[in-house]
Design a binder for this molecule. Sequence first.
Ligand code: PMP
Length: 363
Amino acid sequence: TQLAVPGVQKLVPYVPGKPIEELERELGLSDIVKLASNENPLGANPRVAAAIQAALPELPRYPDGNGFKLKTALAEKLAVSTEQLTLGNGSNEILELIARTFLTPELEVVFSQHAFAVYPLVTQAVGAKARVVAAKDYGHDLTAMLAQVNDRTRLVFIANPNNPTGTLLSKEALEAFIKALPASVICVLDEAYYEYVDPQSRADALTWLAKYPNLIITRTFSKAYGLAGLRVGYSVSSAEMADLLNRVRQPFNNNMLALVAAETALADSEYLGRAIAANNAGMQQLTEAFRTLGLAWIPSAGNFVSVDLRREGEPIYQALLRKGVIVRPVANYEMPKHLRVSIGTEKENQLFIKALSEILNDV
Ligand code: PMP
């Protein structure tokens, strides 16, 4: 460990949800329900599967290193220019590119308590200092975050909606915050769950880019578009910022099948619409069950919800596992009494609710 740079020595590894196959083997169960990684429960989009099949003859060729077709389609859809786009291997890679492009060990990064785990990871990996700001009602306390900005601050990460809390900032509060930031501080607005937000509550952050050149918006194909396994995310920023990110980016960071899949998914509003409708219905199903069980939850604008068990979450998590239901403990997010559950299909939600009620009846 002494050989690693200081930031890396102190890193706590990101622990992903266990793969279903591993658990099936461990528990000797089949029909495992995985509601642990905020994935799309609809299953693979058949149009995407067909496009991937059709692209297979191209496997010996390198992908288009500039993602021309995907960028062109995104630019048209988002009403931005292709020069403003950066494609990443998941939006996680974009977050990492941002850290590598803009941070040094002398600089600081501001983000909220209970915010997405990749922010501390990319900050520490480049040796920059994280200023973690106490949350307010589990959401970002923008006033307190602004107060932590000083002349060493280079980045602020904001997830809207936030993971694992699902909290959403009002567009007014968000824009006022970005407006108040010094020009030398870059605001990374992480909109991984954007598509799930009720259209009336969505911030139209893309239209702010002309006003605030220090704004970078990140989004992903992993959630509502159902392509988590292929790893495609992107950022929209000023052309100048995108140029910098694209200099640091590895050539061919998106594989050819991922590019084809994202192009196809972007054009398929039917799948997207179904995903959003299913998420709304599933959110209602779960929150109604929580109400019946007498449990509180954090109102969520994403495809997951964190439920308050008012007791240690870890044993409940373990008991759910033994019943073949994988959810996400969030003790590492300083939420030891919550469990985060991703919205599944109606049947998966039902199996989770049944397992949870049985466990709560027993304790
Ligand atoms: N941001 C947030 C807030 C997330 O929850 C996630 C996924 N867990 C990501 C970014 C990264 O997603 P991906 O790399 O799959 O685009």
